[in-house]
Design a protein around this ligand. Structure first.
Ligand SMILES: Nc1ccn([C@@H]2O[C@H](COP(=O)(O)OP(=O)(O)OP(=O)(O)O)[C@@H](O)[C@H]2O)c(=O)n1
Length: 389
């Protein structure tokens, strides 16, 4: 592992130092350890810490040190600490006693291997202390380096404990597995297709949205469609794949815009519990791409500022433009500068038009003339074209 990057995070060091002591050990676990090993970025607002200390002890120590404490999951031993930009979920070591498939019944313990064994994948069961010393009870380091996303123990059992792990398996296979799939994991996922109805749309949507933000995910989505865990038409899967081939840095809104090609925006928003912002930017991008495809470039740039590049990417995939065709449109698009419409309603009032709906319509007509002129008409020229009815 490279030098652990939390060495440079004083707030995290402070949290770890606070939780060190004779009463028990404390280690970072999960995403931050995994991503540090792979030299990948990891949000400091999403840090997991495992400790032998009991939740009350964690709470007391943090409070005394003036660190904000949130009892986010006190029943299963989790308190969240916020110190500066660092947000850490501190969970007391635990072992599952039994589970009903959705909720684990846990008791606290001091057994680190047992704590590791109740997690999902080996690459998430890696622990490190403040100085970066690694604790790897289940071979996660090797899997991490070999880009292998392997369920811990029996995949079917892990999935029975939490069905969301099916989606997590695919997400991690895309982000950390180079889009290859561990055969045992894949088989276990395929075996529960149609039996995950109890999972909330919220949790599934959260995973899908994270996937759609990854640099490479098209092959993973195709695999999910093949086994029946994801419902997307073949045309959309193919579009997502060609988008990924063509574009250096794929973005969520463009992928959603391509999916919208074959889905209703409201239905898609509900299916994956997308925010208004997510669905709104995808809808705008789709509309911008429509304009680009029809070569109404000035209108695209004017109505959807800042979206030209992504709109071109989406339009190119949908229209099947080759690199040369896309390049030609790109050159034209780059030449179009973003501009504000030079007239306002007040200008028309000043020009003698009475305020009211007719004025609004006239303003829209002039706006269209201005766009069609490719922004060539200036304010005076536009005013000279005002029709007083
Ligand atoms: N269904 C789940 C969700 C989480 N975990 C465990 O809880 C840890 C924290 O979960 P989460 O924060 O969701 O995942 P990260 O590993 O931090 O990954 P990411 O950064 O991608 O969210 C994981 O490492 C994993 O060990 C699990 O076993 N089963």
């Amino acid at each position: 592992m490279r030098e652990a990057h939390w060495v440079h995070l004083p707030e995290l060091r402070a949290i770890l130092a606070l939780l060190e002591g004779e009463e028990g050990r404390t280690r970072i676990v999960g995403g931050l350890v995994r991503d540090t090993i792979l030299d990948l970025p990891h949000a400091v607002s999403d840090i997991d810490i495992a400790t032998e200390l009991l939740p009350n002890d964690v709470t007391e120590r943090a409070r005394e040190a003036g660190i904000a404490v949130y009892p986010t999951g006190i029943d299963h031993g989790t308190v969240t600490l916020r110190h500066g930009t660092v947000v850490a979920e501190v969970t007391t070591l635990r072992q599952d006693v039994e589970t009903d498939g959705r909720h684990a019944i846990v008791r606290f313990g001091t057994d680190w291997v047992a704590d590791a064994s109740r997690r999902d994948f080996t690459l998430n069961a890696l622990y490190a202390d403040m100085d970066g010393a690694l604790f790897d009870p289940l071979g996660g380091l090797g899997d991490c380096i070999d880009a292998r996303v392997r369920f811990i123990g029996d995949p079917a059992q892990r999935i029975a404990e939490d069905g969301l792990r099916v989606y997590r398996f695919f997400r991690f296979s895309a982000s950390h597995g180079r889009e290859t799939f561990d055969p045992d994991g894949l088989e276990a996922c395929a075996a529960v297709v149609g039996k995950l109805g109890h999972l909330s749309a919220e949790r599934i949507g959260h995973e899908i949205k994270r996937m759609l933000g990854l640099p490479h995910v098209a092959s993973t989505l195709r695999k999910m469609v093949q086994i029946g865990i994801l419902d997307l038409p073949e045309t959309v899967v193919a579009a997502l794949r060609s988008y990924e081939w063509q574009v250096g840095e794929p973005v969520l809104s463009a992928r959603l815009a391509l999916i919208l090609e074959d889905a209703d925006a409201g239905e898609l928003q509900a299916r994956w519990r997308l925010s208004n912002e997510d669905i709104g930017s995808a809808t705008n991008l789709r509309a911008a791409a429509d304009l680009v495809a029809r070569m109404r470039l000035h209108e695209a740039v004017y109505r959807y500022p800042g979206l030209a590049k992504d709109a071109l990417d989406v339009a190119a995939v949908r229209a099947g433009w080759g690199e040369a065709g896309k390049m030609a449109v790109r050159e034209k698009l780059i030449a179009v500068e973003e501009r504000d419409f030079p007239l306002t309603g007040d200008d028309l009032v000043g020009h003698g038009l009475p305020p009211g709906p007719a004025l609004g319509r006239e303003l829209k007509r002039l706006e269209r003339l201005w766009i069609e002129s490719e922004f060539a008409l200036d304010r005076d020229e536009l005013l000279s074209k005002v029709e007083k009815t």
